[in-house]
Each structure stands twice: as C-alpha cells, then as structure tokens.
Design a protein around this ligand. Structure first.
Ligand code: ARG
Length: 508
C-alpha cells in the first residue's frame, strides 16, 4: 500500500516537473477549418502554424490542446495554456480578460441556411431558432442584436447537422467554417456578412514579452507571405477533407418519388455501407481512418476506468476500515472526521464538477489528462466503494475479529486476512455495480478534452455529419464492456463462494 501511494505521488510530481516552461501550449477548438481542424489525430491549420512559429521564435517545444471553444479563453486565463489561437474575434468584452495580439485576419459572420428555406434578410431571423457554436461572437450576435437565446452547439458542424435535421431554422457562424460546412452539401447555402470581425491571438494579461513575440511573429508571417500561403494551403486541405464527407442527404423529389420496398431497402443498405465506410474506414491524408478515434478512445476509457477502480478500491478500503474501526472500537478519531468530510464533499457534488475542479484548479500543472482523470474518478469512486465496504465490514460477526486477535494476529492483519475477504465477498454485487457505473461515467472525460470512446464517437459524428453509426457503435462498445465486466464479476463471485466459507478455518 505504502509503495503504491509513494509511486502514485511520484508520478504526480514527475508530471508536474515535466511540464516545465520549455513548452508553449496553444489552446484551440479544432472543428474550425481552415484555422484549426483535425487531420487524423493531429491538430492542423493556420492558427496552429502561427502558434508554432511563436514557439519557434521563443525556442520552445510546441503543443496544441483541443477543447471546447468556451474553454479556450479560460485556459489562458487559468494558465493551462500559454496562448489561445482559435479564430478568436477581438471584442471589447474579451479585452477585459485577456490581451490580444495585432489582428491577423479580417473576416465576419454569416448565416447558413437551407435552400429550401432561403434567407432573405436580418429581419427574418427574429424569433426563429438559430443554431450557433456556444461562446462565440455568433452566440453574442443572437443575444445582443436579435435579443433572443440561440440554440448552442459545441461546434459549427454540429449546429449545421441540427439544422439539416430540422432542429433549428438558421445557423450563424464565421464565414470560413461556414463555407466548409456548406461545401458538398447541396441543400445548404450561406449569406452575405452580418458583421465584420478580426481574429487575433489571446494571451493572459501582463506578459509583454510573450505579446511582443506573438506580434513579431504575425508581422513576419504577413510580410514574408507565409500567412497567405497557409491560408491557401489549409483552405485547400480542409476542402479536400470535406469532399464526399456528407452523409446527410435531404430528400429530393426524385428520391421521395421512388417507390417499392425493395428499392427503399436497397437504397438504405447502400447508404449504410457508404456511411460505415465514411465513418470508420475511409483513410485520411495521413493514412489513418476515423475508426481509430474509437480504437484509441477505447484504450483511454479502459485505462481511466480500470486504474480508477483500483485506486478507488484502495482508497475505499482505507476509509472503510477507519470508519468501521472508529464506530466499533473508537479508534482513529481524527482520521474518521477527515473521512467523513471526504465522503460528504465527494458524494455531495457532481462528478463533472469534481473533474473540472481537479483539471483547472487542483492539478492544473499536471500535464497528463489521463492521470488527472484517474485521480478524479478514483477519488470519487473511493467514496462510494468505502461505504459499500463499510457495510460489508460491519456485517461480519465480531467473533471473527476476536478469533483473529486470539490467534495472535495484529489488528490490521486480522482486518486484511480475515475480515476483509469475507466482507468483500458479501458486498461484491454492490461493488460490481459501482464498477459498472464508474466505467460508464468515464464518458464525461470529454469535458477535459480527453478523447475517450464517447468523445471519439462524437468527433466522428462532427466530421461526417452522420449520427446513427458513430453513436450506436459507441453504445454497443460500452454495452460489451459492461457485459464483459459483469461476466468477470460473476466468475469472481463463484470463485469466492467455492473457496471455503470461512478463511479463519481455511487458513487462507
Ligand atoms: N470568431 C468567433 C469568436 O471568436 C468564433 C470562433 C470559433 N473558433 C473555433 N475554433 N471554434 O467567437
């Protein structure tokens, strides 16, 4: 146990130190071509090149972090990232919280609409359901200019998919990603500019050297033509990525007119096969297919779930022993009080909030998000496992403890060798339940931009506009995981039941 804890704290420390100042971290939301988008697992785009050039100027390593757009500016304010480059529009409100570089692009927001519902002018927007990416200037436009609440989505493609599915009437977004959404989408079109904007890089306030380095980089990239080249190259690349990328087809008079069950089934079957190919198999420029999001995501889900189950078990065991020893024999008064505070706080606050607090506040200098997730989930699950194990411990006859002590075993040895094996056997079904809940709960790690199984499916959905296959596949994989776990727990239960009823007499 001591070794485990020592190793764990060593790991935490090592990761803290590893995140030394030699890395320049860029915060971004990579569903925004050509400024930032995913090429396989890699984040690429104009903003990435620009930020990498800043890192080069400073002689630092470079790393880009993908997160929700509304986390991008908080990331620089909290020090999680050094700069935010994410097609960020300079606004007066934002200037109060961060410093902006000189602008590097002039652009603006537009309306994306279905050709079947043509957009004729601003007045038409009032009172309609309007999709936007949350936290963006489009979001602000709907609130401030139209004086209404928008429908907020995590990414612009998601907002478009929602419009195609009939969930909103129009979408407002920045012109370049809007063009990309519309590309290859025969049913969609974009309007003229609603307003004009400028993009700049944001950094935390009070860093004149960094700001100067960013500004110099921008000026140089403009002067030597690199910026112009990136714009051309990445626009071309994101256009290519989008080619054949749509799976959402609006019904046309021809398709509706075709009748006959066989023709219908045939059409569906072909569509499904194409969709499957697009979602999982089609190779991107770098040779990887989208299916890899699920494969890699599964590995993250398993790592986080299994490690936090083990960590939770250790923690839960300690807390349970302390609490029940206190209740039965009056031992560990102070520790018991601490355990009670721990249980109250952990069980009284939502897991997502705990995860966010761990990521942004408690372990903000820890780089490994997997480690952060394991600690957050382990600490959370420990609280529930503790109470389950405590129930198991108090259910064991006090005579067992007396017998162990009479045999000359110490208190802890009796606990570990005699009480606990019986207690665990009794509460195994309840513990198993907790493991299952934990395994599925890890699907919220997307909040800290970790790409697990659920987030992987979500990324595929956002890139292909296809909803059925990515989500249903993810659901099926979770189901298989949980069924496998239930089966293994069943085996363990049977094994424990068969290996003697009482470890004392069994001399285990
Ligand atoms: N320019 C808009 C803004 O600053 C939208 C930016 C969204 N960027 C992104 N990478 N998703 O609010």
């Amino acid at each position: 146990m001591k070794k485990f804890l020592a190793a764990l704290s060593g790991l935490v420390l090592a990761t803290c130190v590893a995140q030394a100042a030699e890395t320049l971290t860029m915060a971004t939301e990579a569903t925004f071509p050509p400024y930032e988008f995913l090429r396989g697992p890699e984040i690429v785009g104009i903003d990435v090149e620009l930020s990498r050039a800043v890192a080069q100027k400073l002689g630092k390593e470079f790393r880009a972090e993908n997160m929700d757009f509304d986390s991008v500016i908080p990331a620089v304010i909290s020090g999680k990232a050094d700069l935010a480059a994410s097609g960020i529009t300079v606004t007066e409100d934002r200037k109060k919280n961060v410093d902006f570089s000189e602008p590097y692009v002039k652009t603006g927001i537009v309306v994306i609409y279905k050709k079947s519902n043509p957009f004729t002018g601003k007045d038409q927007l009032k009172g309609k359901k309007i999709g936007v990416q949350g936290g963006t200037t489009s979001d602000a436009y709907v609130k401030e200019e139209l004086k209404q609440e928008p429908e907020r989505f995590k990414t612009p493609p998601e907002a478009c998919a929602a419009m195609l599915a009939g969930r909103c009437a129009f979408v407002i977004a920045d012109v370049d990603p809007a063009r990309n959404c519309v590309k290859g989408e025969a049913a969609l079109a974009i309007s003229d500019f609603l307003s004009s904007e400028e993009y700049a890089i944001a950094i935390a306030k009070g860093q004149p050297e960094l700001l100067a380095a960013v500004n110099e980089t921008i000026a140089e990239a403009k002067a030597d033509g690199r910026l112009a080249r990136w714009i051309v190259d990445y626009t071309a690349e994101s256009d290519r990525l989008k080619d054949g990328g749509s799976a959402v087809v609006e019904p046309t008079p021809e398709s509706v007119g075709r009748s006959g069950l066989a023709a219908w089934l045939d059409e569906k079957w072909t569509a499904l096969r194409e969709d499957f190919y697009l979602c999982f198999l089609k190779k991107a420029a770098d040779g990887s297919s989208r299916g890899m999001y699920l494969v890699n995501g599964l590995s993250i889900t398993l790592q986080v779930a299994l490690a936090s189950i083990v960590f939770g078990l250790v923690l839960g065991f300690l807390v349970a022993v302390i609490r029940s020893s206190h209740d039965k024999y009056g031992y560990f008064t102070v520790l018991n009080a601490l355990c009670k505070i721990y249980l109250t706080i952990i069980r009284g606050t939502p897991m997502v909030v705990q995860l966010l607090i761990t990521y942004y506040i408690i372990l903000r200098s820890v780089e490994s998000k997997v480690l952060i997730a394991i600690l957050a989930f382990g600490i959370n699950s420990g609280a529930y496992q503790a109470e389950i194990m405590r129930a198991g411990i108090v259910s064991i006859d006090p005579g067992q403890m007396e017998a162990g002590r009479a045999l000359g075993l110490s208190y802890w040895r009796t606990m570990i060798r005699i009480i606990l094996p019986q207690a665990i056997r009794n509460v195994l079904p309840a513990l198993g339940n907790e493991f299952i809940v934990l395994m599925k709960d890890t699907s919220i790690v997307g909040y800290i931009a970790l790409i697990d199984l659920a987030k992987g499916g979500d990324i595929i959905r956002s890139q292909t506009y296809s909803v059925y296959l990515p989500y249903l596949t993810v659901a099926a994989v979770y189901l298989i995981l949980v069924m496998t776990m239930t089966w293994l727990l069943g085996l363990l239960e049977r094994y424990l039941r068969n290996t003697g009823a009482n470890p004392v007499h069994n001399d285990s």
